[in-house]
Design a protein around this ligand. Sequence first.
Ligand code: BGC
Length: 344
Amino acid sequence: MAFFFHLKRILHKYFLPLFLLLSLLVWFTAFSGGKLKSFHISLAPTQTLYKGDSLKDELNILVKASNRIDTPKPKEECPQESPLLRGAVKLTFEPSLTLKDVEEENKEVTEGQYEPLDCTSRQSVAILIPHRNRERHLLYILHHLHPFLQRQQLHYSIYIIQQAGDETFNRAKLLNVGYLEALKDYDWDCFIFHDVDLVPENDHNLYVCDEQPKHLVVGRNATGYKLRYKGYFGGVTALTKDQFYQVNGFSNAYWGWGGEDDDLRIRVELQKMKIVRPPSDVARYTMVFHNRDSGNEINKYRMELLRKTQHVWRKDGINSCSYKTLSIQRLPLYVNVTVDIGKP
Ligand code: BGC
């Protein structure tokens, strides 16, 4: 007790002189720091410091000089409509195309990622493509998508999510993995969930997210460019980070072909969101022909699963997506995420 009493008395007595001394010290340090900097700048041949200049003048010169030397011109936001768009372009699928060719054509892409040099993109977009044993399709989609996205002046990255092993394919679960893994790299605004065999034909089909979930495939060559059915939500879709989170992502329960996209539509509708689509003359795709892959047979339980969606969506989705990441390779044109997603 006596000790605290003495301490209090001492502090009381010496507080003011101590405070003044400390303030003086702080002021002196700050002042000499500024001085040193201004000496340094005054050595530059274009600067002349007149005797008697006030500290304020010196500081002004310092600020001006450092602005000139260090600060890059701030980039403006990219325009609402990119001046680089070309509309409908003729797509080619050269059998002789190689990955080296595509890398040569896209020197500005680093580890799958790109951003415009001269303006700031309106959205940062992660393109997620589930994949297994479709190397030729992968090459064509990379060949077409990179320049397409660059013409749209986007900050983007392409993620290829590879299902390891031979178990039945699960497109939806791979896309959940892609969402979770891509968010570890960057806080993406928008996610494009993209089939590997669909190539967009018109760059006015913008790979950005809207106020509502967006379905980008109105028509494709194989089906006479007609919407397959009213609620069709497959092929390529765009949801913001929050929209996808709100519906708890895709279900993890759809093994094999079909149903997972209808399930996502039900989730979206349960949240009272409304699917939007670009005009049909723009939302057109070429589907690169292929036979049905082995390991991706039609899911005969899909109708049964769809009847349960409204009861299970809260527990089955990104919040319950368990997987083992086997590797993440940052290749020049894409991030290659290989995962073990288990089996049905
Ligand atoms: C399937 C969907 C598929 C659609 C179009 C539906 O029967 O459930 O998954 O995208 O057909 O092929």
